[in-house]
Design a protein around this ligand. Sequence first.
Ligand SMILES: [Zn+2]
Length: 167
Amino acid sequence: MQEYVTDAIILRKEPQGDLDGRYTLFTKRFGKIAAKAKSSRKITSKLASHLEPGTLAKIRFIDTKGTQLIDALKSDRVALALADLHSLSRLLPDVEPEPALWELLTHGAFSWQETLSILGWDPEEAECATCGDRSPAYFYITRQEFYCRTHASKAPRDAVISIDARL
Ligand SMILES: [Zn+2]
């Protein structure tokens, strides 16, 4: 049975069924992956405490019947708000390593401007997809487009990333 080891940032956890947990992780080696932890809420107090969103952990997983976490060891925390971790879990492509983003999240000062440019959407060059405004304030995650304040106002809050807060 093939077993994989990598450093990972826990982006999101969702309960699944009665006892299992489902996690979205940004890993150093494989990029974003989704993984299950069997009975994580039962056995775990131990494992689960290493799988809280924002945790930087060394994880082991196997690929049978989907990706299953078999171990996690917390090493640190990243300085990101829960909302930012959730936005990342929606934004990142599956199973695509992003070394520059990994470096930023683990060693740099997080910003959405920097993150979006690493992923190929440079806010400096962006304009509102509706009106062409040259200083858009939001990035719409599922549309992968920038919008000004006015044209982002109808979007659900968790669908957009605010990018002007730190300008
Ligand atoms: Zn606009």
